[in-house]
Design a binder for this molecule. Structure first.
Ligand code: 0WD
Ligand code: CA
Length: 373
């Protein structure tokens, strides 16, 4: 059955690492085998309300609107409703997948991996990661691997205790999302609609105060090499009309205005994360707001996701997406071998008690650690 009827609500104790990775692009200068990646298709979408309640509707979906140049990205900072950092558990992704399975019995075959998109982004971009390590918990049920990021207590704390300077920079990104979105479709694509009035007391173009509880998520199916995957991720907005497909999804980003060659190389390096994050959900457009150090929006640039690799090719900050896909495929195959090894621990058949909302606590959890070279 594609839907194992389990939810990861219980705290998990993971074993020691089964895979300790330290990998760098220097290990493999270029890709040898082209590993195919299937165009993602959406299975289901859901929303989180301002009170962080999961709803199977599109209430949190937003439409793209062109942001005003010169917009102040610090606007509304003191009213930011900030969701505390938590561990990225997969409960809602499992709920969504389960709902899809109930409504479309037999529609999904065997699935190799279920994961949030952010985790898959970290895995695929690992060959080029020079700074941040990560750890994963891996659970295996009926042949499907469930990934969750593992954050040690200290790491979780440090994510919550960020410096004010970093906190405001983080806010610039959310504020840009507000300046770029509206609850109704863009006036440009609907010429009858007037620009939103400012009767709410906010500057024109402001999409509403930031509440990071609110998220709209899309769950897609795709395939990397021979591994079928179910991936969920947050989608910032849609351009024009919502079609139920990723075709007009938009990812929004902010970045410092580029003033020279070294800024440009830094930006090109950063594009690998933008690229894979969007690629994994089939998001075709990334709109970047370039800002001054003090948070004034200067320019806005649209990128077509599929064209990004060509933009960086041959440049100082260049990276090769084919190498990442090849590495990702190898990672999944090696992980499967590692956790299937009977000597590690014979995998007990988990008790899939549908009454019980939780991955059975005796389910083995494996740990994968990655540290950059
Ligand atoms: O709280 C956490 N530590 C995590 C939460 C870790 C991993 C996932 N999650 C949650 C996300 O909040 C979301 O509900 O899982 C769901 C799916 O996330 P994803 O799409 O896989 O996450 P990712 O691709 O890493 O990030 C997408 C967006 C970010 O956009 P930018 O443009 O900054 O990449 O999700 C938001 C953020 O807007 N986001 C968060 N917002 C608040 N707190 C967080 C967070 N910790 N992580 C991602
Ligand atoms: Ca974003």
């Amino acid at each position: 059955s594609p839907n194992p009827g389990l939810l990861a609500t219980s705290p998990l104790q993971a074993s020691q690492p089964v895979l300790e990775l330290s990998y760098s692009v220097k290990d493999a200068k270029r890709s040898v085998n082209a590993v195919p990646f299937q165009l993602p298709t959406q299975l289901i979408s859901f929303s989180y309300t301002p009170d962080r309640v999961l709803e199977f509707n599109d209430s949190a979906m937003r439409y793209f609107v062109d942001p005003p140049r010169g917009a102040q990205l610090s606007y509304g900072y003191d009213r930011w409703v900030r969701r505390p950092e938590e561990r990225g558990r997969i409960d809602s992704l499992l709920k969504a997948w389960q709902k899809f399975g109930t409504e479309h019995p037999g529609a999904l075959g065997e699935v190799g991996v279920v994961s949030w998109r952010g985790v898959m982004t970290k895995i695929l971009t690992a060959p080029y990661e020079e700074r941040d390590g990560w750890e994963l918990n891996v659970m295996l049920v009926n042949g499907t691997m469930y990934f969750e990021e593992y954050l040690a207590e200290e790491k979780l704390q440090s994510k919550n205790d960020i410096e004010p300077r970093h906190r405001i920079q983080m806010y610039y990104g959310y504020s840009f999302e507000s300046w770029c979105t509206s609850e109704s479709p863009s006036p440009a694509s609907h010429p009858g609609n007037p620009i939103q009035s400012t009767s709410d007391g906010h500057p024109p173009g402001w999409g509403g105060d930031v509440n990071t509880n609110v998220q709209w998520c899309s769950v897609v199916k795709t395939k990397l090499g021979n591994t079928r995957m179910v991936i969920g991720g947050e989608v910032d907005c849609v351009r024009g009309r919502y079609t139920g497909k990723p075709d007009n999804f938009v990812e929004l980003k902010t970045s410092l205005t580029i003033r020279g060659a070294s800024d440009e190389a830094r930006f090109e390096k950063k594009l690998i994360k933008f690229y894979f994050q969007s690629f994994l959900l089939g998001v075709p457009e990334i709109t970047v707001g370039f800002r001054t150090p003090s948070g004034v929006l200067s320019t806005v640039q649209r990128f077509r996701t599929i064209e990004i690799p060509r933009l960086v090719r041959g440049k100082p900050g260049a990276w090769d997406p084919a190498l990442c896909l090849e590495w990702g495929d190898r990672f999944l195959r090696e992980l499967r071998i590692a956790i299937d090894v009977p000597s590690v621990d014979p995998t007990p058949t988990p008790s899939l008690d549908s009454e019980k909302d939780g991955i059975s606590s005796n389910l083995p959890v494996w740990r994968v650690s990655f540290s950059p070279k």
